[in-house]
Design a protein around this ligand. Structure first.
Ligand code: GDP
Ligand code: MG
Length: 441
């Protein structure tokens, strides 16, 4: 992640007073590489790095921080600012019904998010919500919205394949008024790529229903493409907010930065799962930490305090029993658990007799190894993690470059994985106790 990358450079930055220009340039180069790897679009990276350099040049180094930490702090602050500074709620202050128009490519998560928003507004804000599907090209899309609405318990204005989307939206708005609904959410069709017909349609819908919120829904896993799509939509309809979906998946956070910069619209929500309660209010500082990787550190600390996460261990055991499969995702999870126990060394120090135990644990230097292994696994695609056997020479080179290690390190990790997988196969037939012991407990 970004932090471990930067800290390698930053650790070499020593000295007092101000950061030197040379130090800043070195760190900035690393920052640029790391952002590109996190899938941030190039123009955004350029502007961002320039801004960080400018701030770093003038920065005094706080007594309690090293120059490296100071640089990281500037990056963190700048990231937060670029992401919008503070959370921006939905604006529904309007003569009801307030209309929310959902825009975005097919598969980005518009319909799912429509259901999630309906639930949020109904349950947390006690709003009367009505939904309408203007996706008149696929019967399944209309059906999908009906099912979601049924689960959430909100009304849907009926629509059918072949009808005119603008006519449906207008009729739905009239009905929402008649029923004194507070909010009408208009779900729209999307295509797999940006095209003129889709843009004309969303612009026409916008003109017809005059939404107070036009939310651009974008799949965070599309990385750099997210910025291009965002620009195409922002050029045609005034976006008031962005919903970044599938953040629970493999997203590296870069899309957030690009989309915010390109549209100028605040990111309002994150989709963090398929279920209707998996919608989070977007907090710029938290995502900044996630991009920097400090979020992971925080999580680890929390987990250390809770000692071993029995829940996860139990889930893993369960999965092993059911599938008898063990992939690199499981391996990563297991490594993090072990690191968890490694970091317990710090806690042990406070206990009587703990110092000796701690010295033993230090020998292993587990933390560093684990961090490296996790970085390597993070650089793989989900497919590679699930089917490690596809990882041949060229993939190894890409993974090595992505995680900033030599190819030998990738080989070493894969060998470790193989050994562990063999062991897990044997353990899978045993119970929890065996598993925990195998994990080092
Ligand atoms: P639409 O074509 O824009 O309406 O996209 P859908 O709402 O139909 O979503 C496409 C797919 O993405 C579906 O399988 C959803 O379950 C899934 N999806 C949507 N949002 C999320 C999310 O935040 N996390 C995950 N993991 N999946 C999501
Ligand atoms: Mg849809």
């Amino acid at each position: 992640n970004l932090t471990s990358r930067l800290s390698r450079v930053l650790d070499s930055i020593r000295g007092q007073g101000r950061l030197t220009e040379e130090q800043i340039n070195t760190a900035a180069r690393e920052l640029r590489m790391a952002l590109l790897e996190a899938d941030v679009a190039l123009p955004v990276v350029k502007r961002f790095v320039e801004e960080v350099k400018r701030k770093a040049l003038g920065a005094e180094i706080t007594q309690s921080l090293t120059p490296g930490q100071e640089f990281l702090r500037i990056v963190q602050r700048e990231l937060t600012a670029t992401l919008g500074g503070k959370a921006e709620p939905l604006n529904l202050r309007q003569q009801p019904p307030a209309v929310i128009l959902m825009a975005g490519l097919q598969g980005s998560g518009k319909t799912t998010t429509t259901g999630k928003l309906a639930r949020l507004l109904k349950e947390h804000e006690k709003k009367k919500v009505m939904l309408v599907s203007c996706d008149v090209y696929r019967p399944a899309a209309i059906e999908q919205l009906l099912i979601l609405a049924g689960q959430v318990g909100v009304e849907v204005y009926p629509s059918a394949v072949g009808q005119d989307p603008v006519a449906i939206a207008s009729a739905a708005l009239a009905e929402a008024k008649k029923q004194y609904a507070d909010v009408l959410i208009v779900d729209t069709a999307g295509r797999t790529t940006v095209d003129e017909e889709m843009m004309r349609e969303i612009a026409a819908l916008h003109a017809a229903v005059k939404p107070v919120e036009t939310l651009f829904v974008v799949d965070s896993m599309t990385g750099q493409d997210a910025a291009k799509t965002a620009r195409a939509f922002a050029d045609r309809v005034p976006l008031t907010g962005v919903v970044l979906t599938k953040v629970d998946g493999d997203a590296r956070g870069g899309a957030a930065l690009s989309v915010r910069e390109v549209t100028g619209a605040p990111i309002k929500f994150l989709g963090v799962g398929e279920k209707s309660d998996k919608l989070e209010v977007f907090h710029p500082d938290r995502i900044a930490s996630r991009i920097l990787g400090q979020g992971d550190v925080m999580t680890l600390i929390e987990e250390t305090v809770r000692k071993v996460d029995h829940d996860k261990a139990a889930k893993l055991a369960d999965k092993l029993k059911k599938t008898k499969r063990f992939d690199l995702e499981d391996f990563r999870e297991q490594m993090l658990q072990m690191q968890n126990m490694g970091s317990m060394a710090a806690l042990l120090d406070k206990l009587p007799g703990g110092a000796q135990l701690q010295a033993q644990l230090r020998n292993v230097d587990a933390d560093k190894q684990v961090r490296r292994a996790v970085a390597i696994i993070n650089s793989m695609t989900p497919h590679e993690r699930r089917f490690p056997d596809v990882i041949k020479a060229s993939r190894k080179r890409r993974i090595a470059a992505g995680s900033g290690v030599e190819v030998q390190e990738v080989n070493k990790l894969l060998r470790q994985f193989d050994t562990t997988r063999e062991m897990m196969k044997k353990v899978a037939s045993g119970g929890m106790g065996k598993l925990m012991r195998a994990m080092g407990g």
